[in-house]
Design a protein around this ligand. Structure first.
Ligand code: PEP
Ligand code: MG
Length: 757
């Protein structure tokens, strides 16, 4: 069964249009189940009807013409119940509805299974037979399994318009793609698609500017690949049998003009650039191999893919990476990383869109810090069709609009104006203190990672740095930076912010933060070798970094604070403290005059919450990393768009944990802050102030909004709100209540609920 399933899905994936895909589905199901009839009905949401879309065994002429209302017939019944309906004698069922054009009168056995994607019924799969019998359990299970898999394929196809109902790409291209809000703001611009090197499937379609030159590039890449294959074959000739060496010959043949090369050149001559043409040809060959019955031949699909990657790598190494970006660049990628957008001149970069990831991914956090509107996790976005296309990024609502219409452009231009007016209004708060209406002082610090943030942060009145993500510098390098290089960078930061507090976090890699030169391959990276776990295992890295931090402060005299990420036990704290003390002693011994930094711990995992008191006894301060704490408390991957709805900062368990940490720190009379994204949410900030956080550290973009919120409430009132909230048992109720309080306090403009057209 698995084998049949796999093949059907592959065939469907490589179909040209939805009609063909559905035809394949009904044909294969009919064969596999040996049933007389198989049909697919798809829901047309505009008309609220199930349309008879594909069939084997009934009147083919009715396909596309007949439809049933939502509550009509057995198909409507399956959709309504969102459950399979298995009947031995369908015409006797009270919901049976006879449709003459379809011609189903001789059929008695009926099994209908809903096609459901993300809780929504997309359609119904039906099999029928003349005999009076119930389909057995294994048949039902087969259809349910197939339908669950097909739902994703159909939803994707319909969303991207690549498989529109009528088969034409231009007919139904969805223009609004829902993802997750990454960084607030709106951008109206032009898509620039960026793709990782040698990743064939992410290469976009692009028009060749010079067809002849593209052909030359392609020919050269093929020649280099041929040489590489011959060299490999020579090298292995004494270790492999002659028949095995035949594989290399086969590779060489595939590159002939009569095979892949000829097809690629034809596509280039039709106007594609070489990389796009290569992708299209390789993908179509791989799809046909993978649909083959014979297991050996199916495997050859992998060889073709390998060959394609090799040629692509050559092509990419001979082409300069893009050097010019339009003035209104919106960078789009399958999986954007911080280093990808670092290449684009800041003044040209208006927005970011990533197919993978969520609002708590690191790329989104950096984007927030830099004030770049961003949408993450737009899984249905057909990025290969977007190069140079006009695009709107709505970083509030988390959606991307392709082919924007006049209405949409007007709506978003107005939104941009509103935003500008709001920001202008906030400007006047820059030099005002962050105090509540009844005089309670809250410290507003910033999270940073790039030197470019500094002037922006200071300009917005940052009173210190609550989190400097040192790994950003490591991630943009192609080897570990030396102690001296680190010292120079840290010194720049310290100088920019002195005499304020600057909290430098020791290297926090692992999870979703990878160093290209220090790969960590793990099944479950967020529960793996991350943060302090890596650096304690590599004391040489830790010691060099801490020494660089302390030495960087010599003569600068900012308040340097060193902070440890991902701590889950006191032994880690003791060990790290020992190493920091060792560094400091060495530096003093060398004659430097520099103060011992404060040392603190991030509370990011539930274990650290419940040991907060034991931890703070050992250090000078605590800082809650709510991004990770929420992920670990709620068991919700912060990068997974599919569960992003469950990632709730107002979850009662999270709020109670935060209060627990505040009480632990204050019981020891030590300060604590919070440096996750939650601190930058004005509504959450009111609750955090009420809990007793001394410092709220956030991306500089949100700083003035949070200041506005703090200055609009009395601490007494905030505490009353908190007390009520702590008695509530779900995040939705809390959010509605807190947003309501914000509106009452005159902060409606920052509690967003704007619906785009
Ligand atoms: C956090 O986890 O809240 C945090 C601030 O660290 P990062 O987002 O870098 O993991
Ligand atoms: Mg963290």
């Amino acid at each position: 069964m698995l084998e049949i399933l796999r093949r059907v899905i592959q065939e469907v994936n490589s179909a040209r249009d939805l009609g063909t895909a559905l035809d394949i589905i009904v044909e294969r199901i009919q064969q596999a189940m040996g049933t007389q009839v198989c049909s697919v009905y798809l829901l047309n949401e505009e008309r609220d009807r199930y349309v008879f879309m594909a069939n084997r065994g009934l009147n083919a002429a009715a396909v596309g013409k007949v439809s049933l209302g939502l509550g009509e017939g057995l198909v409507g019944y399956v959709g309504e119940r969102a459950e399979p309906v298995n009947l031995e004698n369908a015409p006797q069922h009270r919901r049976y509805h006879y449709v003459e054009e379809v011609g189903e009168e001789p059929f008695n056995a009926f099994l209908g299974v809903p096609i459901i994607h993300h809780r929504r019924v997309l359609g119904v799969l039906v099999v029928q037979q003349t005999s009076v019998r119930r389909y057995d359990e294994s048949e039902e299970a087969f259809l349910i399994t197939l339908s669950a898999q097909l739902a994703g394929v159909i939803a994707h196809a319909r969303a991207t318009g690549s498989l529109s109902l009528s088969g034409s790409v231009n007919d139904l291209p969805a223009s609004r793609f829902q993802g997750k809000a990454g960084a607030p703001g709106v951008a109206i611009g032009t898509a620039v698609v960026i793709y990782p090197e040698a990743e064939l499937h992410t290469v976009p379609d692009r028009k060749a500017s010079d067809t002849a030159a593209e052909v030359v590039l392609f020919r050269r890449a093929v020649a280099e690949t041929r040489n590489e294959i011959r060299a490999m074959s020579d090298k292995l000739s004494d270790r492999l049998r002659p028949e095995d060496l035949g594989l290399f010959e086969a590779y060489l043949h595939m590159l002939d003009d009569t095979a892949i090369s000829g097809e690629v050149v034809a596509l280039i001559e039709a106007g594609q650039w070489a990389q796009g043409a290569l992708r299209a040809v390789i993908e179509s060959h791989v799809a046909s191999f993978q649909a083959m019955e014979d297991a050996y031949l199916r495997e050859r699909g992998t060889d073709v893919l390998d060959l394609g990657r090799r040629v692509l790598a050559k092509l990419q190494s001979s082409v300069d990476r893009r050097v010019s970006y339009p003035l209104n660049t919106i960078l789009v990628g399958a999986e954007l990383t911080p280093s990808m957008f670092a290449d684009v001149p800041r003044e040209r970069l208006l927005g970011l869109v990533s197919v993978k990831g969520s609002g708590s991914s690191h790329v989104a956090i950096l984007a927030k810090a830099m004030g770049i509107p961003t949408v993450m996790g737009v899984e249905a976005l057909p990025i290969h069709l977007l190069e140079d296309k006009p695009l709107i990024v709505d970083g509030f609502d988390g959606c991307v609009i392709t082919h924007p219409g006049a209405d949409q452009l007007v709506f978003y231009r107005n939104m941009l104006k509103d935003e500008a007016a709001l920001n202008e209004g906030l400007e006047e708060l820059k030099n005002k203190p962050c105090v509540s209406l009844d005089g309670h002082r809250v410290r507003l610090w910033v999270n940073t990672g790039l030197m470019t943030d500094a002037s922006r942060s200071l300009d917005r009145g940052a009173e210190g740095v609550g989190l400097y993500r040192t790994e950003v510098h490591f991630m943009m390098n192609d080897r570990f930076p030396t102690e001296e290089e680190q010292k120079a960078i840290y010194r720049e930061h310290l100088l920019a912010y002195a005499p304020r507090n600057v909290t430098m976090r020791t290297l926090d890699i692992g999870g979703d933060k990878a160093l290209s030169y220090f790969p960590i391959q793990e099944e479950n990276p967020f529960l793996g070798w991350r943060g302090i776990r890596v650096t304690l295992d590599h004391p040489e890295i830790f010691l060099a970094q801490v020494r660089a931090m302390i030495r960087a402060n010599e003569g600068v005299n900012a308040y340097l604070r060193i902070m440890l990420p991902m701590v889950s036990s006191v032994t880690e704290v003791d060990e790290a403290k020992r190493l920091i003390a060792q560094c400091y002693a060495e530096i003093i011994e060398d004659g430097a005059k520099v103060a011992m930094p404060a040392v603190g711990v991030m509370i990011e995992v539930p274990a650290a919450v419940y040991q907060a008191r034991d931890i703070i006894k050992r250090v000078d301060f605590l800082s809650v990393g709510s991004n990770d704490l929420i992920q670990y408390m709620l068991a919700v991957d912060r990068n997974n768009a599919r569960v992003a709805e469950l990632y709730q900062e107002f979850h009662p368990a999270v709020l109670h944990a935060l209060k627990f940490v505040v009480d632990a720190a204050h019981a020891e009379n030590k300060p604590l802050g919070i440096c996750g994204e939650m601190a930058g949410n004005p509504a959450a900030a009111i609750l955090l102030m009420a809990m007793g956080f001394d410092v709220l550290s956030m991306n500089s973009t949100n700083l003035l909004m949070v200041k506005w919120a703090v200055r609009s409430f009395e601490l007494r009132k905030a505490k009353r709100i908190l007390n009520k909230v702590l008695k509530m048992d779900n995040a939705q109720e809390i959010k509605i209540y807190v947003d309501g309080q914000m509106r009452e306090a005159g902060l409606g403009r920052i509690v967003r609920s704007r619906m785009a057209p």
